[in-house]
Structure formats: C-alpha cells, structure tokens
Design a protein around this ligand. Structure first.
Ligand code: PEP
Ligand code: MN
Length: 337
C-alpha cells in the first residue's frame, strides 16, 4: 500500500503514522518529496488488518494499493488469453463459440426442438435454465433436476455441450454432474460462497456481471474462482442497470476491451439479457464480435411469444439461423472462425 501524508505535517504526526503501520504488521519505507512524504508499506493484507483504516487519520491524505487487488485473473499473471476446454471445443481460442438455447427448460419438446435447431445453425453449446433466479416467487422457478436431465438428453442427442445456471451451493454437485459449464448469474455474482462451491466442482465457470457491479468488483469475484484452484473462468457481460428504459439493461460493450486488457480470462457477451429485446440482439452480436468477444450467449425459443420466461428477448429458431448467417462476415473481419 502507498500512504500519502498530508503536506507539512509535523515529525511527531509522521512518526505516529509510521508507528501504526508497524503495529499493524507492515514494514514502512519512507519517501520524502519536496512537498509531501509518501510511505510505502510492505506486508500481506490477507493476514493483517488492511492499511485502508489509515485513510481516516488526520495526518493521511490517501491510501492507495500498489498493485491491482486481483492477482490471478490479472493479465500480468498470464500474458496470453486462457484457453478453456469444453469437451472438443475451446473458449478463448480462434473460434467464436456460440452458446444458445432457451431462457428456461420448459419441456422435452421445447428443448429438443431448440437444441437440434441451434446445433444445425452452428452453435456448439446449449444453454437452458433448470434453476431460475426469478424476481418474483410466483413466477416459474425452473424444472430443477428434471430440467437438468432434459439438458443431458439434449446433449446426448445433439452433441452440444451444456451450460446451465448454478443457483445454490446445495446444488453444486448435482448441477456439475449434468453441465459442462456452470453459469453464475447476475444476481449471484458476489455470492462468494457460491463462487467457491462452483470453483471446487472443477467445471468451467461463466461469471455474469452483477446488475450494478463495478468492473473491479467483477474481477475480484472472478478471483474467488481462480484462488480456489479452478483456472477455467470466463466473464460474461449481460448489461447493467442504468436510468435507461428503452432497454432492459444497458449492455456495456466497453467491458470487452477492458476485461481483455485487465484479465486473461475469456470474455462472453449475452446480448439477450443485455438488451432485453429480440430486435436488438443481432446488432449487439455484430458489435460484440467486432470488439473481440470470445463467445456469445443467446436466448432462443421455438415460440418466444409463449415462453415461460423472458419471451421478449428470445430469438425464434428462424431468427437465430438468420443471425448465424449474418454474423459470418463479422466473424471473418474479426479474424476468427
Ligand atoms: C439467464 O441467463 O437466464 C439469466 C437469468 O441471466 P442473468 O443472471 O444475466 O440475469
Ligand atoms: Mn433469461
């Protein structure tokens, strides 16, 4: 940590700060400038009280971390983008991966129809919620284990890999048994115990951005996965809550270059949640691909008008097939496959 002292403080005031730094278990290095004194404090914050407490001292102007708070997710820790293997597919490599499927698994016919259609159009991973995080307890909560079994059946029939949301620590083993990637939803993005439980299953984890989460908080949430011995983490931007009402969320595409700069973890864009409107999904995908997203997560339903959840933002099977065709020049222009 760097502790900047107020200008022109007395020697006695300075010594009090240095004494406190030592008392807290850190080694102070004093750097005297013309106008002010800066103290570098060395020590491990995980085993000592954080020096941030000094920020409230009258002698102290500011306390700043020397290094980024996130270590393992940082690009400094791993120069090239991490490659995540999902069966025979790779996320973070040259190929743009498409994860597509219904918001919720509703029944066998709905899921199989969607799975076959998205596979035919070029998706490699099937999405579908079995445990749904609904705003109201009176809305459809998902089929639970029955939904997971249907996803497994679709996987067998189509060869698609499966991504589904893990809502609760209690279900970590169960969901990991059926799913190739565990999705941590926006509402749980800072549920640290859930992140640890997900990491410990050993399955790749897709971490959505929370509704009002700062990028640093998001990176630190990801740090919980990597620091629990699971290197297979990807970040997924799905829009944040702003004052805007024309869209359900504001899809923050600036996170693509920012996450790519700060982290080696692959970056996924969810344009469906991001816009909340099917008519905007295609344009959002173009933007995401052009900006370097490694994968897209798209909601697709055989009959969006009758979907049990998120009907307004789901593409029809035809709409999805058309999108996949229209994306081709963007994929090529971005130097991907
Ligand atoms: C979803 O993907 O179905 C979902 C609930 O997403 P989010 O957590 O981004 O709201
Ligand atoms: Mn949804």
């Amino acid at each position: 940590m760097i502790i900047v002292l107020k200008p022109n403080i007395s020697k006695k005031d300075e010594n009090e700060v240095l004494k406190e730094i030592k008392k807290l278990g850190y080694k102070p290095h004093v750097m005297r400038g013309v106008e002010r004194t800066v103290v570098g404090a060395i020590g491990d914050e995980r085993t000592h009280t954080s020096l941030e407490v000094l920020g409230s001292w009258a002698q102290v102007e500011s306390v700043m971390p020397v290094q980024k708070k996130y270590k393992l997710v940082s690009r400094e820790a791993h120069k090239s983008t991490s490659i995540i293997k999902v069966g025979k597919q790779i996320i973070g490599g040259k190929k743009l991966q498409i994860m597509a499927g219904p918001c919720s698994v509703e029944d066998e016919v709905q899921l199989m129809k969607t799975a076959h259609a998205v596979a035919k159009a070029g998706a490699t991973i099937l999405r579908g919620g079995a445990f749904k995080p609904r705003t109201s307890p009176y809305e459809f909560q998902g089929l639970g284990e029955k939904g997971l079994k249907l996803l497994a059946k679709a996987r067998r029939e189509t060869g698609l890999y499966v991504i589904t949301e893990l809502l609760s620590e209690a279900h970590a083993e169960l969901v990991a048994e059926y799913s190739d990637i565990l999705q941590i939803g926006a509402r749980n993005a800072q549920n640290f115990q859930l992140l640890i439980a997900a990491a410990k299953t050993g399955k790749p984890v897709l971490l959505k951005r929370g509704l009002s989460m700062r990028i640093e908080e998001w990176l630190l949430a990801g740090e919980y996965v990597l620091s629990n011995n699971n290197p297979n983490l990807m970040f997924c931007e799905r829009g944040i809550r702003t004052f805007e009402t024309y869209t359900r969320n504001t899809l923050d595409l600036s996170t693509i270059p920012i996450i790519k700069k700060e982290s080696h973890c692959p970056m996924v864009i969810d344009p469906s949640l991001g816009a909340g409107r099917a008519d905007l999904v295609v344009a959002m995908c173009y933007g995401a691909v052009a900006m370097g997203a490694d994968a897209l997560l798209i909601e697709v339903h055989p009959n969006p008008a009758e979907a049990w959840s998120d009907g307004a933002q789901q593409l029809s099977l035809e709409g999805f097939a058309k999108l996949m065709e229209e994306l081709k020049p963007f994929i090529a222009a971005a130097g991907r496959e």
